[in-house]
Design a protein around this ligand. Sequence first.
Ligand SMILES: [Fe+2]
Ligand SMILES: [Fe+2]
Length: 144
Amino acid sequence: MPYFEWTAELIIDRGAIDEDHLLLVNLVNSLHDAATEGLSPSTVMERMAELVFYTQDHLLREEDVMAAVGFPNLDSHKQGHIELMAHLHALQRDYNSGQATTALQLASLLRDWLSNHIREADGELRQFLQDSAPPAALAGSLSG
Ligand SMILES: [Fe+2]
Ligand SMILES: [Fe+2]
């Protein structure tokens, strides 16, 4: 079983947001592998940088989607994203200054944070999209 397992309860939009989340799940697993399999610090650092980059990239894309559909809780949702990035940057700095255990802390923080955040906070977007889907679109998706 992978360190961070993708499950159906993480599905939000069957589109770009799910693709991002799945990529992040895979990158968390890849960082965790690098840290537990004793790969070189430069490999760990590279995977950590990739994970931090794609996390930020995802959060911004998600905020754009939320703004575009008029998601009502955007401000508080953004605040959660900002706090996560601050935490990730702090762990990344610690690793780069020689604290080797922080790679596993970063993988574990992201696994726990993403799994809760996707199911609960991003889940509000799934609900919002479902509630605001026009009947015609719903009928189309049901028959298609
Ligand atoms: Fe997300
Ligand atoms: Fe989010």
